[in-house]
Design a protein around this ligand. Structure first.
Ligand code: CDP
Length: 786
């Protein structure tokens, strides 16, 4: 059944109010900080002030003497239990607590366990660590220079700082395309480091029962099942004795996918002490030590024919991974899905070379408001297209139109190996231009210039790839990236849906109930959606990179359809009719031509537990589906902005922001719009204010919200949202992902549109951050500053 055919039934495309908000807005959410267990201890972490240093000694005696301190844990103690290092989700290793050296500022050095959190924090100041500072590496370029200090000298096979070298596409075909090109446009750029900064920092309550040996770990986890398996492998605990519970989570954005030392030490401490241990990270700890995003250095070249047709793309990318490769990319794809860098364009040849390097910075590179590394890729290709338009002296909209993959080319095989499922890029562009009033604005811009005002018009298109993923190509540490849904319809016609994914604010309790309602006719308010408890939900890889709807959403639709087929058999039996003689109207089965002879889904559910069923049929109405998607889904869109620049200060202001996004069939348009606004706000933040840098000693600048500026509603511009709907042909309800990691709502496209608008106003070749002093300098160079 296609998505379009399902629309009439009524639960898809409805902005049902979020069921979960009732508890959130009255302050009744259940976050880690709300969990209080009897006899619970509290843990605080001592972090390294140095980015790179040898540890000579750690003296914990003064801390241990402080009344209320129960234990001080060091790497040496963990090493006795073989727990000083742990594997990362990218197959590397990371220190739990430092033993030999510290390799980044903020690295975990020791933990205090105390009767209350205040004593635990006070005691940190009584731990004496003797460090010998070492030379610091803060950029991947430095890291790969001859003679650079080898950061991971703990690893036997590591003699330099290179983590991976990986290539995609066809080098020979690409070289030929460049040899044939009439023009080559090139660009070097950096997408700076930023941080997902969820409102709730990381934390856990580890409760290992000394009598049974059972470990219950309440933790801020976007992937509870995968984390349970990793815990079993790392700690050597039997997996049935581990229960991970992710309660309400105050935002994740990829930041809560990696496993952090705090979780491991709290669990080890609970095991050793026989009491529950709570750890709640502070803001600086979160900003300086947990999964950052981006930090990609990119060189791109675009080969063009005389008439502007794109012939080939060459990309070299260098990723700053920090001191451990820990960003949870699918095993085969070292640099994530960066090779989607061909974007929305019909590029016959492409060759992508990616390298990753260790530096003395926090590990990360998580899927923050995009699928794995897709924001970086979108940013590069659109910057190249903008440069090409300026160099060729053609309208950037027309250059895009000329080179877009056309609707009849789908499914489209990209030069780097993706099969795009569907798209209509030109339509999204047309709507964006029309809504912005592109043609008229060019005239307005000219008039404004005559009056001495600087207006810029910018556009950017994007294609994303989400919904990881087909198990043949995608896994994390060998665990295949399918996902699951278990649906149980109770005798009274109410239901519980249990999922392997885990919402961190995306509204799953509402949208997944809508999918069941659509397929089974049980209204969303009668369906409880449960996620996050590994004891009660089926196995899944979790929520990040906009995969929940494409994968677990599909599993939900498929299992609901399976139950509907069983319900049809029961209804036929009750109505003494042939199955084929029944019509399903979205809520009930009726005998064809006799609409009064009908059974509602609720009546059928009751019968499934109370009536005589057809010969050989088991009682009950429930089932589980593990869904392995045949392909990823490919959302897309175009953004267009109007920016005004102050010639005296270089300050720029988005006057209008038009966003056209296509995520296939929208389950809940209100929720989707919220996701899109989140992605746009993140783009605005990167363009305007968010930035994490490091000084030459590796001190993190951006370790608190005074230095790392998050936008509030006050400075965030208004967004004008529009949509096109191109269903995914292989998804059971035609939806594509949008994610908290919102691919649609592309941050890169927003930044690109602003860069384009600035260029259009005369500020060429400016890179992030687009600060007013840089803009003013650039204006000054071309004689436009005042
Ligand atoms: O994996 P994650 O939850 O971050 O991403 P997602 O499932 O793609 O989307 C986030 C939210 O938007 C969920 O509540 C989805 O059900 C909803 N959504 C929707 O209503 N319609 C779509 N076509 C895609 C997502």
């Amino acid at each position: 059944m296609t998505a379009v055919e399902t629309e009439h039934k009524g639960w898809l495309g409805r902005s049902v109010k979020r069921k979960e908000d009732a508890r959130f807005i009255v302050g009744r959410g259940n976050y880690i900080e709300d969990i209080k267990l009897p006899n619970m201890l509290h843990m605080a972490i001592l972090r390294s002030p140095f980015a790179h240093a040898k540890i000579n000694s750690i003296d914990t005696s003064r801390a241990q003497e402080l009344p209320g301190v129960v234990a001080v844990v060091t790497g040496e103690l963990l090493a006795e239990h073989n727990l000083a290092w742990m594997p990362t989700l990218s197959g590397d290793t990371q220190a739990v607590l430092a033993t030999d050296k510290v390799r980044m500022q903020g690295q975990e050095v020791a933990c205090v366990i105390a009767e209350n959190p205040y004593v635990a924090h006070d005691a940190l100041e009584l731990i004496d660590v003797d460090y010998d500072p070492l030379p610091v590496v803060t950029t991947p370029q430095q890291a790969l220079e001859d003679g650079a200090p080898v950061i991971r000298d703990d690893k036997e096979d590591q003699s330099d700082n290179r983590i991976y070298h990986w290539e995609a596409g066809d080098k020979e075909a690409t070289d030929k395309a460049f040899a044939d090109a009439a023009r080559v446009v090139s660009l070097s750029t950096h997408y700076p480091r930023c941080h997902p900064s969820p409102i709730e920092c990381c934390g856990c309550v580890a409760d290992v029962n000394p009598a049974t040996g059972r470990a219950t770990i309440y933790m801020t986890s976007q992937a509870p099942h995968a984390h349970r398996t990793v815990f079993a492998l790392v700690a050597g605990l039997p997996e049935q004795n581990i229960r991970i519970v992710s309660p309400d989570i105050g935002g994740g954005f990829g930041n809560k996918v990696p496993i952090y030392p705090g979780y491991v030490v709290a669990t080890a401490a609970s095991l050793l002490l026989g009491r529950p241990v709570k750890w709640v990270e502070d803001r600086t700890g979160n900003l300086i030590s947990t999964g950052f995003a981006r930090d990609f250095h990119m060189d791109g070249e675009l080969a063009l024919a005389e008439d502007g047709k794109m012939l080939g793309l060459r990309v070299k990318m260098l990723s700053d991974q920090g001191y451990a490769y820990a960003d949870a990319q699918p095993t085969k794809l070292k640099a994530g899905l960066f090779h989607i860098v061909t974007g929305s364009y019909d590029l016959p040849a492409a060759h992508v070379v990616t390298d990753g390097a260790y530096t003395n910075k926090a590990p990360g590179g998580v899927a923050y408001r995009c699928s794995f590394r897709v924001t970086e890729a979108s940013y590069l290709i659109e910057r190249l297209v903008q440069s090409a338009a300026y160099e060729l002296g053609v309208d950037p909209a027309e250059l895009r139109r000329q080179n877009f993959i056309k609707p009849d080319q789908f499914p489209y095989q990209s030069a780097t190996g993706f099969v795009y499922d569907s798209g209509d890029y030109e339509r999204a562009l047309d709507i964006a231009l029309e809504q912005l009033g592109y043609a008229d604005l060019r005239e307005e811009q000219r008039r404004a210039r005559e009056q001495g005002r600087l207006l810029g018009i910018g556009i950017a298109s994007f294609t994303e790839v989400v919904g990881a993923g087909p198990s043949r190509d995608y896994d994390i540490l060998g665990i295949k990236m399918f996902d699951s849904a278990e649906l149980r319809v109770h005798p009274t016609g109410k239901a519980i849906l249990k999922l392997g994914v885990k919402s961190q604010g995306q509204g799953h309790e509402t949208t997944f109930a809508q999918i069941v309602a659509e397929e089974l006719g049980i209204p969303p308010e009668d369906i409880l959606v449960e996620e996050g408890d590994t004891d009660t939900t089926p196995y899944g890889l979790g929520t990040y990179a906009s995969r929940s709807t494409p994968v677990a959403g599909a599993a939900t639709a498929v299992i609901a359809r399976t139950l509907r087929e069983k319900a049809r058999k029961i209804a036929a039996h009750l109505l003494e009719a042939a199955e084929d003689d029944l019509d399903w109207d979205g809520e009930r089965f009726a005998v064809k031509g006799v609409p009064d002879r009908a059974k509602t889904i609720q009546e059928v559910a009751f019968a499934a537990y109370t009536a005589d069923l057809p010969e050989g049929m088991d009682a009950g109405l429930e089932g589980v589906k593990y869904y392995d998607p045949p392909n990823m889904t490919y959302p897309f869109g175009t953004y267009a902005v109007l920016v005004e620049i102050d010639r005296g200060t270089g300050q720029w202001k988005p006057v209008r922001v038009v966003a056209v996004d296509d995520c296939g069939v929208r389950i809940n348009p209100m929720i989707v719009e919220g996701q899109i606004m989140g992605g746009l706000t993140e783009g605005f933040a990167m363009a305007a204010m968010e930035l994490i840098t490091f000084d030459e000693d590796g001190n993190c600048i951006g370790s608190n919200f005074t230095d790392y500026l998050l936008p509030t509603a006050w400075e965030t511009p208004a967004f004008e949202l529009h949509e096109t709907v191109t269903p995914s042909p292989h998804h059971p309800i035609g939806a594509k992902g949008v994610g908290e990691s919102a691919t649609v709502g592309s941050p890169a496209a927003y930044v690109n549109a602003v860069v384009d608008a600035l260029a259009h106003a005369g500020v060429r070749n400016i890179d992030m951050p687009l600060s007013s002093d840089k803009v003013w300098q650039a204006l000054n160079e071309v004689g436009l500053a005042e």
